[in-house]
Design a binder for this molecule. Structure first.
Ligand code: FES
Ligand SMILES: [Fe+2]
Length: 341
């Protein structure tokens, strides 16, 4: 599936920037190959426009913000948060501005410390992460970086038990025990839920600190939710009571590059385990995933074509994702778009 060629994927909310990084300076982002620009108006609310001036197509993000409006850096045409051109400096005051001088605006929201954008009427809400408002949990922001992957590859990977023994053999995987239990999947309207119990290794200081244990092994009870199309939440519970909730978003920049945003909620304190220690372990784990997923072809086939990819029972979550996304496309009158050849 080529994500930029499936218009229905524009009808979801995607996190694009850290909220703290967006102020009165215009910030560019590319979402599903659309160039957009985000800034904050004086009352603190967010504005998002297509990053293309309607005069000579210059990037508005090269301009500046004045009184809450964005001023194009080329000739100064000025647009408000709704995309209406409110000033053409070269015109006399009594000369009207054409109603056609406007730029597309997009819906924005601020949640969990991130700026979210939907390019078209959203089909559902921004996912609910219960721990965000639960007492006793803190949020640790972990990663904001581009990976050269198709977004769906990371979603499949996040529910793929079989990769742990091999990809994570340097951190918590055990290559001596490659057999995994089949995951049960409870399908929801906008994704699915799946639980899992896994014995894992705790190797070295970084892992022991992050998991707050001194043993060499532990058991993870996890509940994972796939939020269609490219967000997962995995709540990991350890025997000694620690809860570590991973939120991983693969926001598609284009068909082959995704912005990876990951943060966690934990029911411990900075004094128990520092943020740096929490990040260090997940850093090691995600770099293992990154190296291998970047080697996979980004154009994930939804239709399970004979011969293109082979499957095994533990691949089921990914196959359910493919089926559900295929159904979504069909419901919206779209055919799956693939790379030619
Ligand atoms: S290109 Fe933007 S004002 Fe001319
Ligand atoms: Fe992994």
């Amino acid at each position: 599936m080529l994500v930029t060629k499936q218009p229905v994927l524009q009808r979801f909310w995607y996190p694009i920037l850290k909220a703290a990084d967006v102020g009165a300076e215009p910030k560019p982002f590319t979402l599903l190959r659309k160039n957009i620009v985000v800034w904050r108006t004086p009352d603190g609310s967010l504005a998002c426009l297509q990053d293309r001036c309607c005069h000579r197509t210059a990037k508005l993000s090269l301009g500046f913000v004045e009184d809450g409006n964005i001023v194009c850096g080329y000739h100064g045409w000025t647009f408000d948060a709704a995309g209406t051109c409110v000033r053409i400096p070269q015109l006399e005051d009594d000369q009207p501005i054409s109603a056609r001088a406007r730029v597309t605006s997009y819906r924005t929201a601020e949640k969990y410390g991130y700026v979210w954008v939907a390019l078209a009427e959203p089909l559902n809400d921004i996912p609910d992460f219960p721990e965000a408002s639960q007492e006793g949990f803190r949020q640790v922001d972990q990663f904001y970086e581009t990976w050269n992957i198709g977004a769906l590859r990371l979603m499949e990977n996040s529910f793929d038990n079989a990769h742990v023994a091999y990809v994570h053999r340097g951190t918590f995987g055990n290559v001596q025990s490659p057999k995994v239990q089949a995951r049960e999947i409870i399908q929801k309207q906008w994704g699915f839920e799946s639980t899992n119990i896994a014995a894992v290794k705790v190797r070295g200081d970084t892992a022991q600190k992050a998991v707050a244990t001194t043993g060499g092994e532990t058991v993870r009870h996890s509940t994972s939710v796939w939020h269609m199309p490219f967000i997962r939440r995995t709540q990991i519970r350890y025997p000694h009571g620690l809860i570590h909730v991973l939120i991983t978003c693969a926001t598609p920049i284009n068909d082959t590059v995704s912005m990876i945003l990951q943060w966690v909620y934990r029911n411990d304190t900075e004094q128990d385990v520092s943020s740096a220690e929490v990040i260090a372990f997940d850093r090691a784990v995600t770099l293992e995933d990154k190296a291998i997923i970047e080697s996979c072809e980004p154009d994930v086939p939804l239709a399970v074509l004979e011969g293109e990819e082979q499957h095994m029972p533990s691949d089921r979550p990914g196959l359910v994702m493919r089926r559900m996304l295929g159904n979504l496309l069909r419901e919206h009158g779209e055919n799956e778009q693939r790379l030619a050849g």
